[in-house]
Design a protein around this ligand. Sequence first.
Ligand SMILES: [Zn+2]
Length: 452
Amino acid sequence: MLLNISELQNPPILSDMFYLTILQYYFQFRFQATFSNRKDLEEWQERQIERMLRKIQTNSPYYKEQLQKHSNWRQIPTIQKKQWMQEFDRINTLNIQKQAALKVALQAETSRNFSSKLGKNTVGLSSGTSGNRGLFVVTPKERAQWVAYVLHKILSPLQWQKRKIAFFLRSNSNLYNSMQSLLFRFRFFDLKKRFEENLLQLNEYQPDILVAPASVLRHIAKEQQAQTINIHPEKILSVAEILEQEDADFIQSVFQQIIHQAYQCTEGFLAVTCEYGILHFNEDIIKIERQYIDDEKKRYHPIITDFNRIGQPIIRYLLNDIVIDKIEPCQCGSIFQAIDHIEGRSDDVFYFKNKEGKIVTIYPDFIRRAVILPDTSMEEYVVEQLSLQQIHVFIHTSHFLQDQQTLFSSLLQLFEEYGIADIKLSFFNQMPVLKDEKLRRVKRSFEIYTKK
Ligand SMILES: [Zn+2]
């Protein structure tokens, strides 16, 4: 079934009850306690977690058991996606079976009929990589809360007036659709449709706010530069994929404004940029703990606890993203922790054998720098590690031979610093074809088992 555009232009009116719930949460977020210091914030967070635990403990068999074993929530073991999915039935408080939810979510995706509901609840699949997709369940109340929080964060009070929002997403769900019935005109652009068609419609629509994955924003910016389209969004927000600095710079130069970024995943809405374009954790809805992965205690995997997710609780959930905090406070004055950058997923750390036969790791950021710092005329790149000895470098450039030589030397130099030899580097004068996955500029596509 094709997407029915007229349905989106004339969205169904949501119930007054739902609308009121959104407004109620919006004002709650807007006027909830403000924190002048970290200590106040942390005490408040503690109370939020206690409140959430009281709500879930009767109906979540998994957490009921955990809370009987541990007197303090900090002692509950961290959980990762794999176990979280395995324990789906016992974790959720709604008595929903994984098989039933999965069936509904998959059906919704293949039929492009986005009413993926199970009872009153919305179910969906995260656009994860390597078949490792997360299944999420959201109650109507949480859906309203999510909309309210996005509004609270994305729109300043002055923008609380009718705005046209363009939302590019790979796969829709009720979670996103719900924004269309508020005070905005909302239009969803399906990324599975032909891009030229989407562009044409985007140009016609003339959005005030443009929300899209980083790679799509880049594509749109290129078309704007080539004058295929002429749009004037007042705010641009990058979602779903990690926004690399060079992409941000390019999009920024075309549209002459800060590119805002939401750091969001199935497990929660983790962070969003302030007016200075710096990401801050949303510490008023999520508690962040850190599992450091280097000796300097710089890089870490966030462990998140969501104060509001009751249907499918997120408690001490260990993400595999690698995050580095900003050390100095942000100019905007927020006490919410600022993020220096997100380095990518631990799935994308490169592994090699050095000359002594020991396993050596290189973080995605180092690979990235080895590729972007040398002077080349390359516009885009993807570096993919296929095995311990094999790397493919995809570049989009008008000076292939020259750039290939430059990057070859740069990468070789990096490997030498780590004592790594005999790496087979292959160069391609094209970008890899993305099937239905997120763009990762530095990616590892083979499994490796290492001791933690
Ligand atoms: Zn800031």
